[in-house]
Design a binder for this molecule. Structure first.
Ligand code: NI
Length: 167
């Protein structure tokens, strides 16, 4: 397994729309393992392939406390949504920034698992928010884009400044 570099906002590649995974093969399995390892190493609870510059529709999530429950969603689709919830979100591509975003409270999602088998699940709470956040990445959307243009500009400036400082 290998740690993958995570794209940082405002990298333009984060705005790429991902293509469906055509076949769940060894390459995809290796990518899944690397993404899970990368997510754990970065202390995140979700990661979309977009964030590691692979523009295929694949996300990994683990909201457990002990990193024992990685969930894989390949070609995920939201079939139903209900309610609305305002919750503070963060993102491995926008480190150190936490902002509140309104999401559906409950979603029913259909996807393929790491073996290419279809499944569906109803998610609520943190998992539902996380699924919606990660699926946005596949559309080329970063959570800060829900904020006002003024706030987005402030965050961009902050991120660019930090990127220069760490060079
Ligand atoms: Ni994110």
């Amino acid at each position: 397994m290998a740690l993958l570099p995570i794209l940082r906002y405002p990298d333009a590649r984060l705005h790429t729309r991902a293509r469906p995974v055509a076949q769940v093969d060894q390459t995809i399995e290796r990518l899944i393992d690397d993404m899970i390892e990368t997510m754990y190493a970065a202390v995140g609870i979700g990661l979309a392939a977009t964030q590691v510059n692979v523009h295929q529709r694949l996300i990994v999530i683990d909201i457990s406390d002990d990193h024992q429950n990685p969930q894989v969603f390949i070609n995920p689709r939201i079939l139903a949504r209900e309610g609305s919830v305002l919750r503070e979100e963060g993102c491995l591509s926008v480190p150190g920034i936490y902002e509140c975003v309104t999401r559906s409270e409950t979603v029913v999602v259909e996807a393929l698992d790491r073996r290419g088998q279809p499944f569906s699940l109803q998610a609520t709470g943190l998992l539902a928010v996380c699924i919606q956040h990660e699926m946005d990445h596949l559309e080329g959307k970063v959570f800060v884009e829900y904020l006002s243009p003024l706030k987005q500009n402030r965050i961009k400036t902050k991120m660019r400044k930090r990127a220069r400082e760490t060079l």
